[in-house]
Design a protein around this ligand. Structure first.
Ligand code: PA5
Length: 428
């Protein structure tokens, strides 16, 4: 099992059998695509049904970018941004820039960040992957306009056209129109897949492939997660078991939030992706758990105080990596002024394991905080594809158990309308 849902550290036990019938019902509605928002259930079978010819194009163009450019700018926001970033950082790490370097833009209006990126790019050979289903998302459009102007002025319109890759809706949208007009290489976000469920489509796979990660392995991992969730029996379905725990924590224990914890700095962006997936899918009709995230042991020196002793309004979901990818031992020091010689020869990973055990005991036994542990077998592209699908399926189950449509986001429009009005956009 690539992800195992451990209930060992739950303070309150859960009557899984009581949820089985409802879970079976929701499972059927996901598989048969009969639930609310069912026109956005394309992600369910996508790991098998994906466009094979497009995957070849993704690999071909990714190779081209890897061989010909120093930097790829991924220009997008929300579902058109977080999955690729989470994947690239989880696999390639956060320190040391791979080739080509991947830089994210279009996810902010901050003028300083934007200027710093543009200044940095001034003497770099860069390609752009602009990603937008609608093609009208303001953050993305503003950044893309700046990038397009810069590259066209510097490299000429013809060269710019060769350096821009557009990921768009299959049939509609302003970006699709522009991409056709300019002749950019195009990739597609299928109509029946929403942004936050799109990391296994070209939205995630093209930047992932440019970063040197095998896109096929991501899809194969997602296939395996699909297979592992075929049987809805909560005794064997780790994904639904996790969804039920969330639901129980929310409805029975009246908890307001879920803290998503990892111990790996390069998984911080998985936490950001997780927050969008669950927050945007479930937080509606004045319902839903607030998804939050923290990285331990880093945040044990900051948020740790609140988690241990503050308002007990949350439970923890700890994604724990069972196998560390690297082994580094604590060296000997003749002076031993720091008193660390008792750890001489001990691996840092095993120190982390002890920190994890000690923390879980502190939070559950002393703090009384429920903790569900998702044991991840190891991190590689296959397991990451598994993880993405695991959470997508768990999110759909969890939202349907809560009686909300997991695939719309009506609340996101409110800030946009206000902003457009204030900016004087015609029609607002
Ligand atoms: O999940 C979603 O639907 C959103 O987060 C979108 O991905 C995000 O708003 C970006 O939209 P677009 O791809 O249309 O630019």
């Amino acid at each position: 099992m690539i992800i195992k849902t451990s209930t060992k550290h739950l303070v309150d036990q859960i009557d899984f059998a009581a949820y089985q019938e409802k879970v079976n019902e929701v499972h059927k509605s996901i598989i048969e695509k009969t639930g609310e928002g069912n026109d956005f259930l394309g992600w369910v079978n996508h790991p098998f049904d994906y466009d094979k010819a497009e995957l070849e194009e993704i690999k071909k163009w990714a190779k081209y970018v890897r061989e010909n450019y120093e930097v790829l700018i991924v220009c997008g926001i929300g579902g058109s941004y977080l999955g690729a970033r989470a994947a690239i950082e989880a696999i390639n790490g956060v320190v040391g820039k791979g080739k080509p370097e991947i830089i994210f833009m279009g996810q902010t209006f901050d003028p300083t960040y934007t200027k710093q990126c543009l200044d940095y790019l001034a003497d770099k050979k860069f390609a752009i992957n602009v990603i937008s289903e609608s093609g009208t998302t303001t953050e993305t459009s503003v950044a893309f306009r700046l990038l397009k102007e810069m590259i066209e002025k510097r490299d000429g319109v013809e060269m710019a056209r060769k350096s821009i890759f557009a990921t768009t809706d299959a049939n509609k949208g302003a970006l699709l129109t522009l991409a056709k007009q300019e002749g950019y290489v195009r990739f597609v976000l299928p109509d029946d897949i929403g942004g936050r469920y799109s990391v296994q489509t070209a939205v995630g796979l093209f930047p992932i492939a440019v970063a040197g990660i095998d896109p096929e392995a991501i899809l194969l991992g997602s296939q395996k997660a699909f297979e592992d969730s075929t049987n809805p029996d909560l005794a064997v379905n780790e994904c639904y078991k996790y969804a039920v725990i969330r639901h129980d924590m929310y409805t029975k224990h009246k908890l307001a939030a879920e803290m998503f914890i990892t111990y790996v700095p390069s998984f911080v962006q998985i936490g950001e992706w997780f927050k969008q997936l669950f927050g945007e899918s479930e937080g509606k009709d004045k319902k839903g758990l607030l998804p939050d995230s923290a990285t331990f042991s880093t945040d044990l020196h900051s948020l740790g105080q609140f988690i241990q002793d503050g308002t007990p309004c949350f439970f923890e979901t700890t994604l724990y990596l069972n196998n560390h990818r690297d082994e580094i031992k604590v060296p000997h020091d003749n002076d031993n002024l720091d008193g660390l010689n008792y750890l001489e020869g001990v691996t840092i990973g095993s120190i982390q394991d002890k920190a994890f055990e000690g923390t879980i005991a502190a939070h559950t036994e002393v703090g009384g905080i429920n903790n569900v542990v998702l044991e991840l077998e190891g991190m590689n592209a296959f397991n990451l594809g598994y993880l993405f699908y695991f959470f997508e399926r768990a999110c759909a189950m969890s939202a349907y158990l809560n009686g909300v449509n997991p695939f719309n986001q009506p609340g996101v429009e409110v800030y946009k309308k206000n902003m457009f009005h204030l900016l004087g956009k015609p029609g607002f």
